[in-house]
Design a protein around this ligand. Structure first.
Ligand code: GAR
Length: 213
């Protein structure tokens, strides 16, 4: 079983407590916007408790514009030799915000997941893992590699995060065709449309205590 199996969603537990999300990002913030849109639309029983950015990025402005509590913890200030400290800094912000589930929404730095958050961190990857995952495989590099390999199918994967790149248990996947004339941008936008369905669905499953393997 992944997650603690406890339902957070109002309809399930009647406590009025919503799933509190900690969002980690490093990029444009489109994934975050999709999540907040779903929450506003009433189709995702969660709230964004805190946002942490690993570098200066558009996602910070997007978070501020949405009125979210956003913090910058710059990976480059720490580097690999101070990874523990960097990870603890992130964990302290998640703790302070009383986060139930951490979601990596285009978060591109390594961090060490503290025991407290094991089984409570989800990532979205823009390919059908275990294919096209691992260190250095993110964003357009993934789509370029998929096209270069002559794949006819790609997609996205939501998975729980362990301290190994893209290796944690898969929650769900959605696939898309790769068309012969596709550029990496074409494929990225087709995959991203599916990401916008997959991530909220996986979070909602967690909120309802339905995520099991
Ligand atoms: C998304 O396509 C996500 O799948 C990818 O980064 C993009 C984030 O977009 N993540 C990875 O490649 C992780 N390996 P955003 O910053 O605009 O939300």
């Amino acid at each position: 079983m992944v997650g603690n199996g406890r339902p957070y969603c109002d309809k399930m537990n009647n406590t009025g407590k919503k799933l509190r999300l900690g969002v980690l990002l490093s990029g444009g913030g489109r994934t975050l916007v999709n999540i907040t849109d779903r929450i506003k639309a009433g189709t995702l029983d969660a709230e964004v408790a805190v946002v942490v950015a690993s570098r200066q990025c558009k996602g910070i402005q997007v978070s501020k514009a949405t009125g979210l509590d956003v913090h910058l913890v710059e990976y480059k200030q720490y580097g690999e030799e101070r990874l523990e400290e960097y990870s603890q800094k992130i964990a302290a912000l998640l703790d302070a915000a009383d986060v139930d589930l951490v979601i990596m929404a285009g978060f591109l730095s390594m961090w060490i997941i503290p025991p407290k958050y094991e089984s409570r961190v989800m990532n979205i990857h823009p390919a059908l893992l275990p294919k096209f995952g691992g260190q250095g495989m993110f964003g357009h590099y993934v789509h370029e590699a998929v096209i270069a390999a002559g794949e006819t199918e790609s997609g996205c994967t939501v998975h729980f995060v362990t301290n190994e790149y893209d290796k944690g248990p898969i929650v769900l996947q959605r696939s898309v065709p790769v068309l012969p004339e596709d550029t990496p941008d074409d494929l990225a936008s087709r995959v991203f449309q599916q990401e916008c369905e997959a991530f909220p669905e996986a979070i909602q499953m967690f909120a309802r205590g339905e995520v099991k393997f």
